[in-house]
Every structure is written in C-alpha cells, then in structure tokens.
Design a protein around this ligand. Structure first.
Ligand SMILES: *Cc1c(COP(=O)(O)O)cnc(C)c1O
Length: 368
C-alpha cells in the first residue's frame, strides 16, 4: 500500500530528553529575539500560544470593544474572524479580488463609506495573505490611513512571503503569525503578535499572562488571558526558524512542479504571483477550474485523487456564507464565492518526495 500524500506537512526531529526548566523564560525571549532579527529591529514580537490569540490581542490593543464593527476579509479560515466575536464586536465582511484572492481594496473603501453613512465608523480592518500570497498591500494600507482605521495583518499563512521586498506581517499596526501544525514552520501549536512599539509589546505580554498588576501580591484590575507560548515550544520554534528558508525553497519548488504540470492545459488555472511585486512562500498550491467544464473535471479529479490516496481540499468557504455569520453584512461581487466553487488545493508540503511528485502527476494526468 502506498502512503497517503498529505496537503501540508513538515517533519521535525526531536531528541528527548533534553534539559529545559519550567521557569526558563529565556527560551521564549530567545525565540522572540530571533523573530525580531528576522523581521528587522523596528518590530517588537510577542510569542503566543496560537495565531488566534494573537488576533484577539491585536483587536484588544486596537481598542475594539463590544458593539464595534470590524471589517474582515471573507475569504479566509474561521480563525481570522472568531476573535472579533470574542470581543462581542461585529464582523463586516469584504470580498476578495481575483489577482491575489485577498481583500479587495475597492470594496473595502465602499464598505467603510457605507458603514460611516449608516452612523458607525469601523474600528479595525483585518486583511489576510491567503495561501501565502501577499495581498494588495499598498492599496489596503492607503485606505486604512485615509480613514484612520487600525490595520491588522493576518500573516498566519505567509511567513517568508514578501510584498515589494518587505516581509508580510510588517505592514499593519499589528501583524500575526501562526506556528500551528500545518503551517510553513510549526511549534505544534503557537503564534506571534508583531507590534510596532515596545509599549504595545509590553501590554500584549501583560494581557497574555493574566494581567497581573505590579504588586507583591496577586492584584488584578484588568481582564487577562493565558495566551503565552510554552517555553518548550519556544525552544522548538528557534530550531524551526532555522529551517524556514529551506521550507520556502521547497514550497516554491512545488509551485514550479505544478506550473510545469498545468502549463498547456486550459481546463485549470494555477494560482500564481500576479507580478514581480509579489513573492509568495507558496504555502499551498491551488488551482481554479475554468468555468465551462468545472463541475465535470473537478468531480472526476477528486475521485481519482481519492483513489490514489492523494489529499486535496476545497478552497476556504467564505465567512459570509457560514451559518455562524449569516446575519453579518457583506460587501462585494461574489468573487470569493467563485473561488470556493471552482478551486482546489493540492499537496504542497515541505517533505514531498520524488515518488510523491510522480504519483501526483500520474493521477492528474489520468483526468486532465
Ligand atoms: C492558521 C490560521 C490562523 C490561526 O492560527 P492558529 O495558530 O491555528 O490559531 C489564522 N488565520 C489564518 C488565515 C490561518 O490560516
């Protein structure tokens, strides 16, 4: 029996036992320092137990409170949106554009104008670099500046991606990263908040460690959370960060493989960097079926991939279509619905072997 080829995995070798103390916060500080070195010295980074908690803290630090409205990219994973609800604020969804599949700056501005005309100015914007592809950063940043709204950048899938030579995660008032299992580097659960100031970083650490006031006893005047990364996982993060460049090279090579595979086929379109301004880590490779024959080829291909034990996934189902968020406003032209209906993610891990590529190629060639 051949092994199953998964969508996105990377391998980590661990050697137990090694020495680490439960009191040792040095591991966390080392990991943060290493991330800050990676991002450049002007960024202050906080290691947390997930990307989701990083988004939650970014919202709190942006002043998002009960009843506020937050503009959010609809075409994303649910983790981008849930923290808005944790704050009892309201997500307002914005469609994607088809160059990067990320937040459409035109609909973002339309949404802001409409919300203001209805009497409420949105408190924050969350945009995403989906599947590792940088969004239209200049346009989104300029809209956020024009209306003076806090900008939160969900770079959970885009560590190592760049826009105009600058790293994703560094453009917003806050950026967030995830080191969950399937991400480009993993700590078996973990995340980070990227801040622009030391004060924001200190405040984030304060909130992430149960908001204990300065006192000789346990004194609390603010609601806190248990969101800090475990030192053991921080230790792992330091090692993982050393493998990032190699993983990006692997993932970009996967993309090259798919580019060759789909070069002369008009049934499908491979998701690609729209121009030289965009450098994707190609976390996942995705295809779109051309509209005239999508249902037939898509269903046939899914059956074949199942048969050949090759994992695939549909693209994210837009948040404005989720039962959980069906009452929330949406601004757009159904581009994200089009992506959901016509797309598929293909195996893109950092550890695909020569034989895996042959199996993927053979399987796809049987249908297309
Ligand atoms: C993975 C992911 C997150 C959340 O990260 P966790 O570490 O799993 O909490 C947020 N946004 C996007 C787009 C993601 O893919």
């Amino acid at each position: 029996m051949p092994h199953k080829i998964h969508l996105s995995t990377s391998e980590i070798s661990l050697k137990f036992p090694f020495k680490i103390s439960t009191k040792n916060t040095n591991s966390i500080l080392n990991f943060e320092e290493k991330l800050e070195r990676y991002y450049g010295t002007d960024k202050k980074i906080v290691a947390l137990n997930s990307g989701t908690s990083a988004i939650h803290l970014a919202l709190i630090l942006s002043g998002v409170k009960k009843g506020d409205e937050v503009l959010c990219q609809s075409f994303t994973y649910v983790a981008t949106v849930n923290p808005i609800q944790y704050q009892n604020a309201t997500p307002i969804f914005v469609d994607s554009e088809l160059d990067t599949w990320n937040m459409c700056p035109v609909y973002l501005e339309k949404a802001i104008k409409d919300r203001i005309s209805k009497g409420k100015k949105p408190k924050a914007i969350i945009f995403v670099h989906i599947y590792g592809m940088p969004a239209k950063v200049d346009e989104i940043v300029s809209v956020a500046k024009k209306y003076n709204i806090a900008l939160i950048e969900d770079a959970a899938e885009a560590l190592g991606s760049e826009y105009k030579g600058k790293k994703c995660g560094s453009f917003g008032d806050f950026g967030i990263l995830s080191f969950n299992n399937n991400k480009i580097i993993s700590t078996f659960g973990g995340g980070a908040l990227i801040c622009n100031t030391k004060i924001d970083k200190q405040q984030a650490i304060f909130l992430a460690t149960q908001a204990k006031d300065k006192s000789t006893h346990y004194e609390h005047s603010k609601l806190g959370y248990n969101y800090r990364l475990s030192p053991l996982l921080a230790e792992l993060g330091c090692y993982q960060l050393d493998t990032l460049d190699q993983n990006i090279a692997f993932r970009r090579k996967n993309n090259q493989f798919y580019q060759n595979l789909f070069k002369h086929r008009n049934q499908v379109l491979l998701f690609k960097e729209p121009s030289k301004s965009y450098f994707s880590n190609h976390w996942l490779n995705c295809i779109l079926f051309s509209e005239c024959n999508n249902d037939f080829f898509k269903e046939e291909l899914k059956v074949q991939l199942d048969k050949d034990k090759i994992e695939y996934r549909t693209l994210w189902k837009p948040m404005h279509l989720q039962p959980l968020f069906k009452k929330h406003p949406f601004y757009g032209a159904r581009k994200s619905e089009y992506l959901f209906k016509n797309g598929l993610c293909l195996p893109s891990g950092s550890n695909l072997k020569k034989n895996d590529f042959i199996r993927i190629k053979d399987s796809i060639n049987k249908i297309l």
